[in-house]
Ligand binder design. Structure first.
Ligand code: ADP
Length: 173
């Protein structure tokens, strides 16, 4: 009998996660079922002006995914195509909410496949419950001290409240 060693199937779910929402968590839970390992990678994007630092975003992601043993949290500032190669992954997961998301994602996926032909982007449809939900909307509601129960987990809500109270309500960029 021959022993077959199957390569571990690793997928990367990249994003800003500023902060992680219930929409992201839904994608993470569903994607984690499809792969041996899912790396959720916080993009250290110099051109954006984030509310939370990369470390804070990664820390919140760690807290909200602690029930998922095959999910790992990381961050990167390299080109995604290079980062995927470095992680020995072959799949990039992205979530799609709207046609606008799709147009943008199609462009990025095409570029990534040119830069790394081993990387396949797969799109996961949003759960319709979260199709309206984005980190920006969450920050806007948090800024005005609105109820965030339906959008983020309690630990993320606490972190948002703390952030806005520290900045006297002026942290929204
Ligand atoms: P980025 O700045 O890369 O768009 P985001 O943190 O906004 O990062 O999103 C990361 C990924 O999660 C993207 O693929 C985005 O389309 C997806 N996403 C964001 N919000 C939702 C949601 N409510 N439902 C499904 N996917 C989502």
């Amino acid at each position: 009998m021959s022993l077959q060693i199957r390569e571990e199937r690793v997928a990367i779910y990249p994003g800003s996660f500023d902060p992680v929402t219930l929409g992201h968590i839904d994608i993470i839970e569903r994607a984690a079922k499809q792969f041996d390992r899912l790396v959720v990678a916080v993009l250290n994007n110099l051109s954006k002006n984030p509310l939370f630092s990369v470390e804070e975003r990664a820390d919140l992601l760690r807290q909200v995914t602690s029930h998922l043993p095959n999910v790992e949290i990381d961050s990167f500032r390299d080109l995604l195509a290079n980062y995927v190669r470095q992680k020995n992954a072959h799949v990039i997961v992205r979530g799609i909410r709207t046609v606008t998301d799709f147009e943008y994602e199609l462009q990025i996926a095409t570029i990534n496949s040119k830069l790394n032909s081993d990387a396949e982007t797969i799109f996961m449809m949003t759960n319709p419950k979260y199709s309206y939900l984005s980190s920006s909307v969450v920050k806007e509601i948090g800024h005005f001290d609105g109820d965030l129960t339906d959008f983020v987990t309690p630990e993320v809500e606490r972190a948002i409240r703390l952030k806005f109270s520290e900045s006297g309500g002026g942290a929204l960029k």
